[in-house]
Design a binder for this molecule. Sequence first.
Ligand code: AMP
Length: 191
Amino acid sequence: MIGIIFGPPGSGKGTQAAKIETEFQLAHLSTGEILRAEVARGTETGKEVGRIMAAGDLIPDDIIVSIVRQRLPESEAGPGVLLDGFPRTLQQAQALDEMLAEEGHRVDFVIALDVPEDVLVERILQRAAVQGRADDTRGAIAERMHEYHKLTEAVLDHYRKKGVRVEVVDGQGDVDDVFERIRRAIGISSR
Ligand code: AMP
């Protein structure tokens, strides 16, 4: 089973992905986490990636696709994969579909978290106070929202057109309530 957890910055993808991973025994593959680890290692690539992330921009598709190409086989070895923060552009979605097709796999479902923009900004600013992520500043948040609308939203249409089940889930409210909605949506999708 290959699933994607999708949504704008601050919609709770990472939080919900951790819960889905446990409940459905899916391997959680988060490109944001992989990139943050690379930045923390302080490599040359890490420095370049860190600058782009701090500005709220997207990392070039070729870098992201090569990261996923390296990591995906390990994740695919188990019962299923949950992709978090990937694909974020149409090009990434097409590259993913090709990678999966090589193994006879396909995206089975997309869970799209829906949260109004004012709530998103509020949540991210709260997260900034707790976690201090370098890209959780007002300027970077505005840029990340812009990139989401300009490039990432199109990924949903791509999967709808391919006939992949896209479940839009209300991402507002208590973490456990949101998870319950997701659990039901995945249950329906995997039948
Ligand atoms: P996230 O943890 O998913 O919110 O990602 C944090 C940041 O990492 C994003 O704002 C981008 O700068 C970068 N990033 C993560 N995943 C991708 C991706 N699939 N494509 C491009 N940039 C990404």
